[in-house]
Design a protein around this ligand. Sequence first.
Ligand code: CP
Length: 316
Amino acid sequence: MSDKPWPHKDLLDVTDLTPSEALHILRTAEQFQEINARPIKKVPTLRGKSVVLFFAEDSTRTRLSFDVAGKRLSADTFSLSKSGSSMNKGETLKDTALTLQAMSPDIIVIRHSSSGAAAFLAQRLECSVVNAGDGWHAHPTQALLDAFTLYQQWGGNFAGKTVSIFGDIAHSRVARSNVMLLSRLGVNVRLFAPRTLLPAHVSTWPATVCHTLEEAAEGADALMCLRLQLERQQAGLLPDLREYATRFCLGQRHLAMAAPGAVIMHPGPINRGIEISSELADAPQSRILDQVAAGVATRMALLFIYGSRSSGPAET
Ligand code: CP
C-alpha cells in the first residue's frame, strides 16, 4: 500500500476507501501521533503546501484539529467561515469554491450543511477536497479518528469486536460513516435509538438494530453515544428532553452491562445529562478526549496522504 501512489484525489466518504486503505491511514496516524508527544511538535513534512479550511457550518474539534494538524506538518493553513464571508452576500458555493481554487491551495477541507457539498466541489476543483462533514450524509474523518481510537485501544485488532451506537442516528453523519467503516474493518455494529430517531432505510445498513438500550449495551466492547441533534430535527420527534434523558441517557449501569474493558465514546459536542450522564462522560473508561487527540493524528495522516498525492512525499 505505502509503495503505491494514493489512488484518490478526494476524501468524500469512508465508502471511497478499501479496508487496506483505511488501515494505511490508521498506521500513518500512529506514526504521526508520536510527533504530538514531542516537546517541539512540528516537522517540515508539508512545508510549502497550503490547506484551506472552509467551514460553512459550526465546528470546534474538526476545524481546530485540521488547523493544528496542518501547522504541525508545516503546511500553511487558511480559514474561511460563512460568517464574515461573501457567502453572506449571496455568493454561491460554486463561486466561493472557484475563488478559493484561484489561490492554488493543495487541499480544501470543507464542512457544509448540505449533503453532497463536498462532492460538488470535488467535481469542479483540481485540488484535493476533504469532507469535514456534509449535512446528514458523511463525516469520514470522524469515523477514521474513531477507528484510530479503537485501533489503539485494541492493539489494531478489530475482528469480532462489537461497537454499539446509541442516540440520534437518523440525523447523524457520524453514525453513517462509522457504521460503514467499522463494518468494513470486521467490527459487529449494533444500533439503538428511539424509533423516531432511526433512519428510514436502517435495515439496509451493515448493522444490527437492537430493541432496547440494554440489549445494545450487553457485552459490547465500545459504547458510542451520539449527540441529540436538535438543530436538524423536525418538531414532534421527541416527547420532551427530560423524558428523553430519563429513558435514553447512557449511564454507568449500561457500562456495567458491557464487556470487561469496554470503553465509552462520543464524537462531541456532548449534551451532559441528555444523551450521556456526566459521570459516564468523565469515567476512567471514557475515551472522549482521546478521540480529540486521535483527531489531530488522524488529520495529520490525511493531510500528509492527500497533500503528498500530486508531488510525492515531501520531507519527513
Ligand atoms: N465531532 C465533531 O465533528 O465536532 P465539531 O462539530 O466540534 O467539529
